[in-house]
Each structure stands twice: as structure tokens, then as C-alpha cells.
Design a protein around this ligand. Structure first.
Ligand code: ZN
Length: 337
């Protein structure tokens, strides 16, 4: 039998659609590894893995893609190498930057699906906000000691932030923020990561194949032997529901390898390009989000700008207006890397 012959016997399975799909997986720890492994074996055509962390000793008991020799190596490229061995039909693109610098809004917008396998509240909120800006569907997962949650958010429906209080939504990822930015360490194990990671992957495959999938949250409790749908309503006070209007986005030939000086060719004198994250470096550029404050010849990638990012442009004047520039893919739009 061929590699995918058993798949063809599954009602609703569409191998061709899976082969043509791109899935962005944010976080490649235990949950992300389990989910990405199942998606690659299922024959998903392209995976973009984003994780700024290195493999640690504690990952070895839960993440099937890492070996003892990998400790200290970056997670995303290490996982990408193992996935390439498992699934020769899957192209895997590894990003080692934090989410906001790792995957651009145009990549999120054009992905077939975005999967969140993150372990902090701040990172989940950031991913939810960026998916809403880009109009991307987000499948988010999290584990508890004996279970977890799988949450499917469509751009027009409730989001991860809708289920939180204002205080939780105000959480920041700064290490010095006093709010509870990182979820306190809870018990975790390979069986539970495999359970929730596989649930994410099954939901992803059904979505990608065009099979019926219900948006919302499923709470899985292996100790109680239950999986219960939980209703999440859109909170009118949730500030994350801003979508970039497509007609305000101007594609430019510049890429993440271009410089702030290159982008000024597309600006009127009263316009300023902004970044989504503060610029790196020392004062006064640190904390600034104006590209004009960066060295004009620095590459955008070195300034923390993500590939195929959509950058806001502020138009000064009596009525403050905003438009957007969309960076092209480095190496040519749509060119495989
Ligand atoms: Zn919301």
C-alpha cells in the first residue's frame, strides 16, 4: 500500500487539500511538537514553525521530536529537521524569533490555519490579536495536568481575549511586568500533550479538508473521561477585534531584507512607518516603534520585523489617518524557501 492509502478510506479526508495547505504552528514545545508531528504525517504540504526558545532537558519527556543531543539547540529548526525525516512531502519553515518578529501578518492571513501551542497568557493574547488583525482562523490549545482545552476561533467570532477579565487582558510579556504573564508551572506529561496535540491535529485536518467543524471550545478531562463543548461569547468590551481593512494595504516589493531607507521611497513626507514591536538596541531607539528612529541602513529583519509583515503607516495631519505597507516574500513572492 502507498503512504496515504489508508487515509483515502477515511470519510471526508482530502489528501490533495492537505498537500496544498499551509499551517502556521506557534510554539514547538510538547504540544506544538505533538501537533506538528501529526500534521506532517497526515501529509500537510507546508508547516511554518515559530518558537524563540531552545530545547531544554524538561522537553525530552514530552516532545517526541527532540533528543538528548538537542538540549540547547533552537526548538523550531530542530523540530523542522525531524519532521522532514518523518514526512518528505512536507516543507517545513522554521522561525526562531518571537511571534511578532517570526511570522508576518500577511503570512497569517494567507495561511490555511494558524495553530497556537503557547504556554503564556501574554503570548496567547498576542497571537489572538494578530490573527484578528490579519483575519486568520486560530486553533489554540492548552494542557492541564489531566486534560486541556482546544479552542477554535474564527475571525468574526469570539476570541481568546473574550473569555478573560480586563486585568488578564492587560497582561504583558515583559519579564518585569508584575502581572501574571507566564502561567504558573503546572503538571504536564507526554500522554496529556499527545492527547491535546492530537485533538488539535484532528480538528486542523477536518478544517483543512473542508469537513464540518464547530467553532468554540472543547474542554477535555481524561480523569473524568469527558470532552465537553463550552460556549464562549463575544465580549463587546474585548479590545482585540480590530481587522486591517484590505483596501488600506499597499503591497511593496521590499522584503524583510530591505532597510528603513528603502521603505521611505513609498512614503509621503508627512508619513511615518511603524513597527508592531519596539525596536531593538539602546536608547533612544529602544522602546520606539517608529522605523524612522532605526538606523536607516539596518535590515528590517535585524530590527525585529517579521517576514511578509504588514506595517502601519501613520499619516500626520489634522485627522490622524492610517494605512499599511505589505512586505513581499524574500526571494520573490511565493517562491519556496
Ligand atoms: Zn475577543
Amino acid at each position: 500500500m502507498g503512504r496515504f492509502d489508508r487515509h483515502t478510506l477515511v470519510p471526508g479526508w482530502d489528501q490533495q487539500r492537505l498537500a496544498g495547505a499551509t499551517v502556521v504552528v506557534c510554539g514547538t514545545g510538547a504540544l506544538g511538537s505533538q501537533c506538528a508531528q501529526a500534521l506532517a504525517l497526515a501529509g500537510v504540504g507546508r508547516l511554518v514553525l515559530c518558537d524563540p526558545d531552545d530545547v531544554s532537558e524538561s522537553n525530552l519527556s514530552r516532545a517526541p521530536l527532540f533528543r538528548a543531543d538537542d538540549v540547547g539547540r533552537p526548538k523550531a529548526p530542530t523540530a523542522a529537521r525531524r519532521l522532514a525525516e518523518l514526512s518528505p512531502v512536507t516543507r517545513v519553515d522554521a522561525r526562531t524569533a518571537p511571534l511578532v518578529s517570526g511570522v508576518g501578518l500577511a503570512e497569517l492571513r494567507d495561511a490555511s490555519l494558524v495553530v497556537g501551542c503557547l504556554d503564556s497568557l501574554a503570548a496567547r493574547l498576542q497571537l489572538a490579536g494578530r490573527c484578528l488583525l490579519a483575519g486568520a482562523t486560530l486553533l489554540d490549545g492548552g494542557t492541564s495536568p489531566w486534560g486541556g482545552e482546544v479552542r477554535l476561533y474564527e475571525p468574526s467570532g469570539p476570541c481568546f481575549g473574550c473569555g478573560l477579565t480586563d486585568r488578564d487582558r492587560a497582561v504583558r510579556d515583559d519579564p518585569w511586568a508584575c502581572a501574571d504573564a507566564v502561567v504558573p508551572e503546572t503538571g504536564a506529561s507526554a500522554p496529556v500533550s499527545a492527547l491535546i496535540g492530537s485533538w488539535l491535529a484532528v480538528t486542523a485536518v477536518r478544517l483543512l479538508c473542508g469537513a464540518d467543524t464547530t467553532p468554540g471550545l472543547v474542554r477535555v478531562d481524561a480523569a473524568g473521561g469527558t470532552a465537553v463543548p463550552v460556549t464562549v461569547r463575544r465580549d463587546p468590551g474585548c479590545p482585540l477585534h480590530t481587522r486591517i481593512p484590505a483596501d488600506l494595504v499597499a503591497p511593496v516589493p521590499e522584503t524583510v531584507l530591505s532597510t528603513p531607507a528603502d521603505l521611505t521611497a513609498h512614503l509621503a513626507p508627512e508619513e511615518t512607518v511603524m513597527t508592531w514591536a519596539p525596536l531593538p538596541g539602546s536608547a533612544p531607539t529602544r522602546e520606539s516603534t517608529r522605523l524612522a528612529d532605526a538606523p536607516p541602513r539596518a535590515r528590517l529583519t535585524d530590527l525585529g520585523v517579521a517576514p511578509r509583515e504588514i506595517l502601519p503607516v501613520l499619516v500626520a495631519g489634522r485627522t490622524r489617518r492610517i494605512r499599511y505597507l505589505e512586505l513581499s516574500e524574500a526571494g520573490g513572492k511565493g517562491t519556496p524557501r
